[in-house]
Design a protein. Sequence first.
Length: 59
Amino acid sequence: MQHTAAAWLFEIALALRVFGPDVVRGCRRLLTAGVRIGITQLTGARTPVRSTEPDREAS
């Protein structure tokens, strides 16, 4: 069975319409998870260093 160019385009458009929303949703979830992991690594690795008032006066 041979497919014409129009049939291929129709099949590709149908596949994008059917699976496109799921692919977009999955990508968003992966990006959200990556951002969460990145934020926890940034906030967990660095703790703000605060100097006390007497240390500031001594400098």
